[in-house]
Design a protein around this ligand. Structure first.
Ligand code: AMP
Ligand code: MG
Length: 486
């Protein structure tokens, strides 16, 4: 176990040079206070959990101190925002501090979000507010605990530095961890600014650091794109199966590693609603829950366009063609598991689609449905869930078909319950739970955000005394309005 001062840096992205990023120092925030930290994320850096009690911890992650071997850089990228190309984005309020190498030899980017202005800040103040920092922290760690690929979060540090949004708020920083912070938009930037050498250097960097097995293939860049398509299909299948709505699927928010990335107005579905729009600024519903699948394909096409100088168009097209069938296969696989089915049958897709149609408009809590389905034997569970549905005849038909399918996964209820509870969370990061924790933190009480984080780090296990986190949201909690950057 290491102390904060023992971290070893190897800054591979910084070494790509000034065409890729600009050296910028963090601007500290005043009177830093540790709001919440993730011990699980600390272990990625081999950090001793006791280090959170060191005064240096909050100072480092509030920009007051810096490792001598860190090389803070603001990365340049561009991207398609709500379908329109924006030629110049980049780290406007975050810095890649450097890459820490752990004992296993893995590199982890340390990215400090809210670290002040950079050449890419445009008119922004370079800051992040406490509420958005807490939301990013909670979601990163909650998704990880659910087994959904995601960037991670080490901690949130709050401060007394004022920030103006719709009202005065306080600045905070969140320390994000990921093996890479390269986005689809990085490639788009070099493509649209006609810098083919940099485009290739970026691809080489990724091959060397993140896709080493693709390097061995006959067409390494094409193989890398295929891998990105495959991993994206898997990621989006997780989002759809677990009711996660990202909210801002701009191509600059899409990780090249296909991990959930850049948390804004995200939401987990409470009541099932295929058309749910979690981003209050998304007037047309471009990023609605069910649109996430075609939008992921759209973003991959935008990336493919940027790769045309490196890969034959026909090969790119063939790889893109893999997305939908792969997505569908992963999604069905996850849904079968959520339904407790052990084997696959051709009718499963229809079984899942019919269930979602019945849930639509019935105000059925999406994630609790699966938990309750596994809690009791099939017939008892179905009888108790029946009241939740508006179309009772439709539900009865579905329940009859599901019972037959469940019987073919012939095991006893103890095994079935354990199997289903292992994939169906009891605790979900609901918007209203995050909101309550944020309101307490804004008053200086960090207990609720720490408790919520602790509960969500073991989402499948029933935790004594934590029943309130497993309940359905109150009516007010279903309609919180959350918009883009803050
Ligand atoms: P986001 O909506 O967080 O994905 O951000 C989109 C772009 O706006 C990125 O280039 C961000 O770095 C930039 N940005 C967002 N908020 C701010 C801010 N407060 N100050 C400067 N740049 C920002
Ligand atoms: Mg972003």
């Amino acid at each position: 176990m290491k102390s904060l001062t023992d971290l070893t840096f190897d800054n591979r992205f910084a070494r790509l040079g000034d065409a890729f990023s600009t050296a910028v120092l963090p601007e500290p925030i005043a009177e830093p206070q540790l709001v919440v930290a993730s011990h699980a994320a600390m272990t990625l850096l081999d950090l001793d959990p006791a280090q959170v009690d060191e005064p240096m911890f909050a100072q480092l992650f509030a920009g007051h101190k810096l490792w001598s071997t860190a090389e803070p850089r603001a990365m340049v990228y561009s991207g398609h925002q709500f379908g329109s190309y924006n030629p110049r984005l980049g780290d406007g309020r975050g810095l890649l501090l450097g890459e820490v190498v752990n004992a296993a030899g893995q590199h982890w980017d340390l990215h400090l979000k809210g670290a002040g202005q950079t050449p890419y800040s445009r008119s922004g103040d370079g800051r992040a507010v406490l509420r958005s920092s807490i939301r990013e922290f909670l979601a990163s760690e909650a998704l990880f605990a659910l087994g959904i690929p995601s960037s991670r979060a080490l901690c949130v540090v709050g401060s007394s530095t004022p920030v103006w949004r719709e009202r005065q708020e306080s600045a905070a920083m969140v320390l994000r961890l990921a093996p890479s912070h390269v986005r689809f938009g990085h490639f788009e930037y070099f493509y649209y600014t006609k810098q083919p050498e940099q485009l290739q250097a970026l691809a080489e960097h990724l091959l060397a650091c993140h896709f080493p097995d693709c390097r061995e293939q006959a067409e390494p860049y094409g193989a890398m794109f295929t891998r990105i398509v495959e991993r994206n299909a898997e990621l989006i299948a997780y989002w759809q199966a677990y009711g996660f709505c990202h909210g801002v699927m701009n191509s600059d928010n899409m990780s090249i590693l296909s991990i959930t990335f850049d948390f804004g107005p995200y939401a987990f579905l409470d009541d099932f609603d295929a058309q749910h729009i979690c981003n209050h600024s998304d007037d047309t519903g471009r990023y609605s829950f069910s649109n996430q699948v075609p939008i992921a394909h759209w973003n991959l096409s935008a990336l493919a366009q940027a790769l045309t100088p490196l890969v034959e168009v026909e090969a790119l097209r063939a790889s893109l063609g893999l997305f939908l069938p792969l997505y569908q296969a992963h999604y069905l696989d996850l849904m079968r598991r959520r339904l407790g089915l052990l084997n696959a049958e051709d009718s499963d897709q229809a079984l899942v689609e019919r269930l979602l149609q019945l849930m639509q408009g019935s105000a059925v809590d999406y994630n609790l449905f699966f938990r309750r389905l596994g809690e009791q034997p099939v017939d008892i569970a179905l009888a108790s869930l029946r009241d939740e549905f508006v179309d009772l005849a439709g539900f009865d038909q579905w329940a009859a078909d599901y019972s037959i399918r469940a019987a073919s996964s012939d095991d006893n209820q103890t095994e079935r319950r354990a199997r289903m509870h292992a994939v169906n969370p009891l605790y979900v990061l609901r918007n209203y739970l995050a909101q309550q924790a944020i309101e307490a933190a804004e008053q200086g009480d960090y207990g609720p955000v720490r408790e919520l984080h602790a509960v969500l780090s073991r989402p499948f296990e029933e935790q004594p005394g934590m029943q309130r986190y497993a309940e359905r949201p109150p009516q007010w909690g279903k309609h919180l309005e959350i918009s883009c950057s803050s």
